[in-house]
Design a protein around this ligand. Structure first.
Ligand code: KG4
Ligand code: ZN
Length: 348
């Protein structure tokens, strides 16, 4: 196994492997310890949502500063909860992209500093690989598999033929699913992040407004949500001009029905075409009850092995980064000290 030149640590086969995960790509500062890639010993998440809420979205400068202020305290809490010290850590896995550059740099700098100071191997992890590997904390992966990734910045159908191999079958051509949720929520004067508020409202409203479904060309696994977002804004605007108001819960239910129908339909089409053994759901929008329910129903009728992480592992957290890092650890894919933040890091 190739280990960084500056790291003296050699992992003894048969001994437990403790991966320290660090995640700071957006507005959650998180540190976790995961044993042998699957067992969470600690997963401390400090969310900045309350700070960014008043601005209606994440303010990058503020996010970076809060990560700097919190990272050492959160690191210590994660180690204390796991009842370990840095001397026990087998490797440090850190998100190095994609994300906000200033935010990513805080995690990357912290990880490199600790790795160098303590001679611990360093691993760079792709944020979306982390979201996908959150599923391995729930159930062992069966290949080939398909993962529907739906987050604030990404909407992708990812095919994996083996660990660490990611082929993007389709992705959004404009807004990510979470982004569309947040924008529609804002037009309904709901607080940031809007996804959970729309989800809650959707369950009390009726999907009575016929918003468009964006199927794109026949056979395409790409997505597009900007047309739907515009349709919602137009409907609200037109109603306002007529001196009427649309019931926000009905708008939410109708919007969610369109998003969920397209996501689920394309996902199951890919499940069939690529004949996968397992379907995973990943990313912040995986917390959406409407999407979870629909995927569960379809997977039962079509007899598909569906894995959905618990809510705490859907949104950004460091346990998923440690879980993805473990695969790179096993493959000997370590980073050097020139590891840098890459805001637009590609997955495949
Ligand atoms: O994965 P994530 O925590 O951050 C990124 O990597 O982007 O995802 C955050 C996104 C936000 O857009 C948020 O509104 C959305 O996930 N989200 C939801 C729900 N919970 C969070 N969207 C729809 N329904 C939810 N229940
Ligand atoms: Zn994320």
């Amino acid at each position: 196994m190739k280990i960084n030149q500056w790291s003296q640590k050699v992992h003894e086969p048969g001994k437990p492997c403790y991966i320290l995960g660090i995640e700071t790509s957006c507005d959650e500062t998180s540190v976790a310890v995961v044993r042998d890639g699957v067992e969470i010993l600690s997963n401390v998440v400090s969310s900045q949502v309350d700070i960014h809420k008043r601005f209606g979205g994440v303010v990058p400068e503020i996010a970076s500063r809060r990560h700097v202020e919190g990272i050492t305290v959160i690191l210590q809490e994660a180690l204390d909860t796991a009842k370990l010290t840095l001397d026990d850590v087998s490797a440090i896995a850190v998100t190095y992209g994609p994300g906000l550059v200033g935010a990513l740099l805080v995690g990357v700098s912290a990880a490199k500093s600790i790795a160098f100071a303590k001679g611990i191997p360093l691993i760079g992890v792709h944020h979306i690989a982390g979201h996908i590997y959150a599923n391995r904390l729930v159930k062992e992966m069966q290949f080939p598999l398909l993962s529907l990734v739906v987050s604030g910045g990404h909407t992708e159908l990812v095919y994996m033929k083996e660990h660490g191999s990611f082929d993007i079958l389709g992705q959004t051509r404009d807004d990510a699913a979470g982004e569309a949720y947040d924008k529609v929520a804002r037009s309904l004067s709901l607080p940031y992040p809007g996804g959970p508020h729309i989800d809650r409202l959707a369950h009390v409203g009726k999907p009575s407004i016929p918003f468009p479904r964006s199927w794109l060309e026949a056979g395409s696994y790409d997505f597009s949500f900007s047309g739907l977002k515009s349709a919602v804004l137009n409907a609200l605007h037109n109603a306002q001009q007529r001196g009427e108001t649309l019931e926000p819960a009905d708008v939410a239910a109708s919007f969610q029905a369109s998003v969920v129908e397209v996501l689920v339909e394309k996902t199951f089409r890919a499940v069939k075409e690529y004949d996968v053994k397992q379907l995973l759901l990943a990313g912040g929008v995986a917390a959406n009850q409407g999407l979870r329910n629909e995927l569960l129903k379809r997977s039962e009728t079509e007899n598909v092995d569906l894995v959905i992480p618990p809510l705490s592992l859907c949104t950004d957290n460091a346990a998923m980064i440690a879980a993805a890092g473990y695969i790179k650890f096993q493959k000997g894919e370590f980073a050097e000290l020139d590891l840098n933040a890459v805001p637009g890091l590609p997955l495949s």
